[in-house]
Design a protein around this ligand. Sequence first.
Ligand code: DC
Length: 222
Amino acid sequence: MKPVITIDGPAGAGKSTVSKALAARLKFIYLDTGALYRALAYKALKCRIDVNDPDKLGQLCSNTDVILKNKNRAMSVFVDGEDVGNKIRTEEVGLAASTLSTFPVVREKLLYLQREAGGRGGIVAEGRDMGSVVFPDAEIKIFLDADVGERIRRRHDQLVEKNSSVVLSDISRDMQARDHQDSRRKIAPLVAAPGAIIIDSTSLNVSQVVEKILEHISGVHD
Ligand code: DC
């Protein structure tokens, strides 16, 4: 069976770009698990559901159909039949996803979907708890980090590229709130999983990070 590669790390560390590039190089499936939390957050915001209310979130989870569809080795998320695609890529949705992801009812709903997607190996799975909770037996675990100032700058550039009107100080505030919430929560907090290789991408470009991971993979499989 082909390996499972997990890539965890804080917002803006470059996980998505690196994971996509790595999956393309290896011809593996790319799974963005943040998109699942974002998808539920998107529906919560649309239906004006309080993302801090566990009872309301329980109802949301029971009444929402979330599925993953494999399109050319990238998993797209569908919520009640709607391909949520780019609609979930806003800072508002990201922050709401960070909040609702602290609740067990939400994590339980999404756990099975993630394991099912990775069950046959040959996958690069990115998120916060890939190596620690979802795929604890993954052959290759990476924790991708970067200096907070650099992460804020990267997120700002990404949003500007998408023509969003963004203010650097808002991104800074939201990212620090997310960092705090994602790493301090009781269940499945953001941590470097035991055995994870820690890569600091502050002064590395995407190809350099991908090369580092590939070197590590060939070391493991020698
Ligand atoms: O990776 P992202 O920024 O798209 O994730 C959005 C939020 O979803 C993140 O702030 C926390 C949550 N999340 C999580 O709790 N566990 C994951 N495996 C992935 C994301």
